[in-house]
Design a binder for this molecule. Structure first.
Ligand SMILES: Nc1ncnc2c1ncn2[C@@H]1O[C@H](COP(=O)(O)OP(=O)(O)OP(=O)(O)O)[C@@H](O)[C@H]1O
Length: 677
């Protein structure tokens, strides 16, 4: 007996016991191998005129023997020589199919529809079988060979017999295992039925290109004997017939109305190796200058490597049932990189090499249409299945935001309305449109705050200040959020009810409406404003005046504080954000394009603490109504510059703490606090 190599033994054990959790997929794996073998023969015959292969004969057969407890998967494909049996089945993780693909890829492009690639699928048979025999005869050879193994120690290869080219894989099922300790046992006999095997074939292998046939038992009425009397009762008999079990027509070629969602789900899961159903299925057929079928899926969860560099986006591109490219990246924009699916077009010529394919104008036309379809479908989900959309957004929303950021806002119109943010007022996720619709009259901007923790943000003085004025604030907790908003610059709420500036115009419009005119609409351009940067322009005329007066009156105090803080801040000023006695005594805001949060994000990035990073222009804003301010003013009057310096430092540090930024010198900060005690 030849032994499996040591590492193979370990691998085999791993394979059988851990790679697949679902034992029943063994049949799918064996059928895929059979299909590959038939495909290889078919492919070779197409390129070699001397080979006589009748395309209509190519098939896969599944049978079982209840008494012998065997299941057999046969194909009349290319078969294997003794050497190939040794190489392909004696070495785990050696994929002859992958090799075949690589060899032929050089001469023929990727025009082979071969499934196998890892070289492990075959061994899944040992999950259900205690013995596997492979009887194989290679095309063009007279002799057959039998490979046999119990999946434990090793295998044998002996000469054998087989009528024609092809392979029979014969599994002798494991003995049934009784349950123990309350765990259910394993009943391998359950596979020994026509119904069970048919079910597995349609579930896992429905779209295999070649017919998968099975002898099935049918019942028919016996012919009525000629001498049958009046009291003749019809008699029935069972007979056997070969039936093709799989549908073969690729599911994407079927009309959506003829396919059940569960079939789409099964196709999705088996093709794209996901264990969860897709969140959305989009299927369409395009006609006109360019004809194609597309079947697209939005996964129910993000693949683990979605945000890694290794993740490859793309749709499978088929032409005339042959896969040209497994992942055609040009069919999807980056921000929809999570979409999986198939595009099948007879119009995309098979002979085009990958390079020309990538610059194919037709391909761009398909890609544009696909993008539009995905966007429409996501809008539909947002409007009609909000719960699912929120889950979708949790999975993939970040990518949409990057889409806006990476196109410098170019895609803002298309993607902006797909974004969701947490509304501090509504306490739920809202779209920008919903935010705009709920705005009180007179509000001119969308207000947001950025930071990594929603809880903390909602308590920040700059946020509560805006909320207190009756305006909602979006709490943005993803690092990309603020960059996205900056790329967007503004949000355009389209077709909003028109706001009339003067009364005469309003009255005229109301009258027109009363006479049956449609209400007028307008696009509203809303600036996206970080509540912690720049002038929010929220103060009333009175408040502004008050602030101005306070600034004038206390200009010496502010100068002294600015001097104490040095270049940590650009200036110290009276706040128009913090206006109530009960609000915070001070806050840090920024001027210019860089906010504190963005500075934090950049510092975390690959550039890290690099010297060249831009710095925020900070402003220490003071609440003129707060008792602390009165104390500061008193200290200024008393000429106590030491106290002013102490307070300035403290206020600055604690305002940073509120922003989630540690004081530059925590020791000095703590000393100052103690001094006050
Ligand atoms: N019925 C068959 N006819 C001809 N060759 C076969 C057959 N079954 C398996 N083989 C050969 O054995 C190799 C190993 O099969 P295995 O199922 O382990 O891996 P695979 O199909 O290549 O990859 P994957 O693990 O992705 O399915 C195949 O690549 C193929 O060369």
């Amino acid at each position: 007996m030849r032994k499996f190599k040591t590492e193979s033994k370990k691998l085999l054990d791993l394979m059988i016991n851990s790679i697949y959790t679902n034992k029943e997929i063994f049949l799918r794996e064996l059928i895929s191998n059979a299909s590959d073998a038939v495909d290889k023969l078919n492919f070779k015959s197409l390129t070699d005129d001397s080979m006589q292969v009748d395309q209509d004969d190519l098939s896969i057969r599944v049978s079982f023997d209840r008494d012998a407890r065997t299941i057999t998967v046969s194909d009349n494909g290319i078969g294997m020589t003794a050497d190939e049996l040794e190489k392909n089945l004696g070495t785990i993780a050696h994929s002859g199919s992958q090799e075949f693909k690589t060899e032929n890829a050089e001469s023929q492009g990727d025009a082979v529809d071969i499934i196998g690639q890892f070289g492990v699928g075959f061994y899944s048979a040992f999950m259900v079988a205690k013995r596997v025999q492979v009887v194989s005869r290679a095309y063009g050879e007279d002799a057959a060979n039998v490979w046999e193994s119990d999946g434990l120690e090793g295998y044998t290869i002996e000469p054998g017999e087989r009528a024609g080219h092809g392979t029979d894989v014969i599994l002798t099922l494991r003995d049934n295992e009784p349950g123990k300790d309350g765990e259910p046992g394993e009943n391998y006999d359950r596979y020994l039925s026509e119904w069970a095997l048919k079910d597995l074939i349609t579930r896992y292998s429905n779209y295999v290109r070649y017919p998968i046939q099975m002898m099935v038992t049918r019942s028919r009425q016996k012919p009525k004997p000629e001498d049958a009397g009046d009291d003749y009762q019809p008699e029935y008999e069972d007979y056997q017939e070969l039936e093709t079990i799989n549908s073969m027509t690729p599911i994407w070629k079927k009309r959506a109305s003829d396919v059940e969602q569960k079939d789409y789900n099964e196709f999705y899961k088996s093709t794209f190796h996901d264990f969860e159903d897709p969140a959305r299925t989009i299927s369409f057929h395009a006609e006109g200058a360019l004809e194609y079928d597309a079947l697209l899926f939005v996964p129910g969860r993000a693949p683990f490597d979605l945000y890694s560099k290794d993740y490859e986006k793309g749709l499978a591109l088929y032409s005339s049932n042959v896969m040209i490219m497994e992942k055609c990246a040009d069919l999807l924009p980056d921000y929809y990189n999570f979409v999986r699916g198939v595009v099948d077009s007879e119009d995309v010529s098979l002979n085009i090499s990958r390079e020309t394919l990538q610059h194919d104008r037709q391909l761009h036309a398909i890609a544009r249409r696909i993008e539009k379809k995905i966007t429409d479908d996501l809008c539909d989900m947002r409007d009609n299945d909000r719960e699912a959309y929120e889950k979708f957004f949790e999975n993939f929303g970040r990518g949409l935001k990057f889409g806006i950021y990476n196109t410098y806002g170019g895609k803002a119109d298309e993607l902006g309305d797909l974004l969701l943010f947490w509304s501090a007022k509504e306490q739920k996720m809202v779209t920008l449109r919903e935010y705009a619709e709920a705005m009180p009259e007179g509000q001119k901007a969308v207000y947001y705050a950025a930071g990594d923790d929603r809880e903390r943000l909602s308590k920040m003085p700059v946020v509560t200040g805006v909320l207190a004025r009756g305006y909602d604030v979006l709490l943005c907790t993803q690092d990309v959020d603020e960059f996205t908003f900056q790329a967007m610059r503004e949000y355009v709420a389209r077709d909003m009810p028109k706001i009339y500036e003067d009364d005469a115009a309003r009255e005229a419009a109301e009258k027109a409406q009363a006479d049956g005119a449609e209400p007028e609409t307008e696009d509203r351009h809303l600036e996206l404003k970080n509540v912690a940067t720049g002038d929010l322009d929220l103060a009333s005329e009175d408040e502004k005046k008050e602030a101005e007066e306070a600034t004038k009156e206390h200009s010496d105090l502010f100068d002294a504080m600015k001097e104490a803080l040095g270049d940590k801040v650009e200036k110290v000023a009276v706040s128009s954000r913090l206006v109530g006695e009960g609000e915070a005594p001070a806050c840090i805001t920024t001027e210019g394009p860089l906010s504190l949060e963005m500075e934090k994000v950049l510092k975390r990035g690959p550039e890290g603490e690099a010297e060249g990073l831009p710095k925020t222009e900070r402003v220490l804003e003071l609440n003129a109504k707060h008792p602390v301010f009165t104390k500061l003013a008193a200290a200024q009057d008393a000429g106590d510059s030491e106290k002013i310096a102490l307070y300035a430092g403290l206020l600055y540090d604690q305002a940073l703490l509120v922003e989630g930024i540690l004081p530059e010198d925590p020791v000095a900060f703590s000393q100052r606090v103690c001094e006050l005690m």
